[in-house]
Ligand binder design. Sequence first.
Ligand code: GNR
Ligand code: NI
Length: 169
Amino acid sequence: MAIRDILIVPDLRLKQVSTPVEQVDDDLRALMDDMLETMYDAPGIGLAAIQIGVAKRVIVMDLSREDEPREPRYFVNPEILSSADELQPYEEGCLSVPDIFDEVERPARVRLRYLNYQGELIEEDAEGMYAVCIQHEMDHLDGVLFIDHLSRLKRDRAVAKVKKAVRAA
Ligand code: GNR
Ligand code: NI
């Protein structure tokens, strides 16, 4: 296992559309292990493969609280089968847009289909934080960041602020 570098805006690789995975094998599981370790180290609650520069449709997530046992989740080739009409606002952040937080409205519930760590096909409903996070992560697979849901003014300001912070570092 290894901690990998997380790409930061305005890295153009974050705009790439990621490619479906052909099979869930040990190489892919090694990638997912690295992603999980990188996510815990950051720390974050979700990570898409493109955030470490790998353009595959793979996501890891852990929504457990700090005082609870870890509950890693793995998503390969995730699809949203249906979305609720009801929207919920949530103050989002992103490891690729560090220290920027703003409200995004997304469907409150989604029905998902994906392959898990073992390559089994899963269908389930997501709501609450799970719904927020899976939609945020699936946006990454299509080259979309949460700041792309904000006004151009807010997005440009966010990128400028991150660039300045990176320069100062
Ligand atoms: O760690 C993360 N926290 C978070 C908070 C609100 C909404 C979405 C997220 S995902 C983010 C990690 C990340 O950037 N995943 O792509
Ligand atoms: Ni993100």
